[in-house]
Design a binder for this molecule. Structure first.
Ligand SMILES: NC(=O)c1ccc[n+]([C@@H]2O[C@H](COP(=O)([O-])OP(=O)(O)OC[C@H]3O[C@@H](n4cnc5c(N)ncnc54)[C@H](OP(=O)(O)O)[C@@H]3O)[C@@H](O)[C@H]2O)c1
Length: 276
């Protein structure tokens, strides 16, 4: 993890302390990137604010204007369909010396800038829920008024909870959303299905789930840490006339490759559709 220096003492407001906002809040506190006192979250309802405060151990309210007024960094983590309402609400309170980081799928930096009607630095981020266990993947993209420095601040925030990549072409954010934003869901299905396979051939379910999950985790680490092509790593496991090739044959028979390619393709189309 990066040594965090820029964020010390910085006040951050997380608008929308739900699954991803909450995961980010608790990770920032747990990793001592931001102190509890400097983090304020909001939700749409008083009950959920109380619950979020308890669950994530930070102060949570329902007053977005108050939260924004006090912060230097504003993280927008509400649902895409709630974004317009929230931006209208905070428009007056937001200042050009603040940094807005938006996590919403299918909401462009241009959309946010135009809604706020100010030259606000906006960085769009697409994280995923494994941020909760410091194994997140976040892709960042700068808006019109965001400088390299703003991008670095956003990078520091998300580098504390996983890997970070930066892209310039915002059009690719739909593909990013479909691949790494939604990716954990696809992986859970793979783990679940592999575990069912283990159960089918006699393994206890808990052991089977552990074997499946750790195998995916280990394979992912091999790809990231060796830098080798996945096909080469697969070949190394596949002994001629051995066990693995029979498993691979069943995978190919089920069309796993084309299924996964279509998965990302369809999800990208959906993200584009929602961006309209
Ligand atoms: N989940 C993911 O893996 C993931 C990954 C990357 C990006 N994202 C993006 O992150 C955003 C949030 O997703 P999520 O899955 O975390 O949704 P979520 O769990 O439903 O959280 C949404 C949060 O927004 C709050 N909220 C609703 N109306 C509000 C308002 N007017 N002011 C302040 N807060 C309000 C909700 O509070 P109440 O419960 O009181 O309504 C809730 O705490 C989405 O735009 C999504 O595209 C999600």
């Amino acid at each position: 993890m990066l040594a965090i220096t820029m964020l010390k003492g910085t006040k951050i407001a997380i608008i929308g302390l739900g699954k991803i906002g909450g995961a980010l809040a608790s990770s920032l506190v747990r990793n001592r990137i931001v102190s509890k006192e400097n983090l304020l979250g909001t939700t749409g309802h008083r009950d959920s604010a109380l619950e979020a405060a308890k669950r994530y151990g930070i102060k949570a309210v329902t007053d977005n204007v108050r939260a924004v007024a006090d912060a230097q960094i504003v993280i927008l983590a509400v649902k895409p369909q709630t974004m317009k309402r929230v931006l209208t609400e905070i428009k007056e309170a937001i200042r050009e010396d603040q940094l807005v980081i938006t996590l919403a799928a299918a909401r462009t930096t241009r959309f946010i800038e135009e809604m706020l009607q100010k030259a606000i630095p906006v960085v769009r981020a697409m994280p995923n829920t494994p941020c909760l266990v410091n194994a997140g993947m976040t892709v960042l993209c700068p808006g019109r008024y965001a400088t390299k420095e703003h991008l670095e601040i956003a990078r520091e925030i998300f580098a504390s909870v996983g890997l970070v990549a930066v892209i310039d072409n915002e059009e690719l954010m739909d593909a990013v959303t479909a691949l790494s934003g939604s990716g954990p869901a696809y992986a859970y299905i793979m783990i679940e299905a592999l575990a069912e396979g283990g159960v089918k051939v006699g393994l206890p379910r808990s052991l089977s789930t552990m074997l499946a999950a750790q195998s995916l985790l280990g394979a992912a680490k091999m790809v990231l840490e060796t830098g080798e092509h996945p096909a080469k790593l697969k070949d190394e496991v596949t002994t001629p006339a051995g066990v693995t090739i029979d498993g691979i044959m069943a995978l190919e028979d089920g069309g796993i490759r084309v299924t996964l390619i279509k998965t990302v393709d369809r999800a990208t189309e959906k993200s584009k559709e929602l961006s309209q």
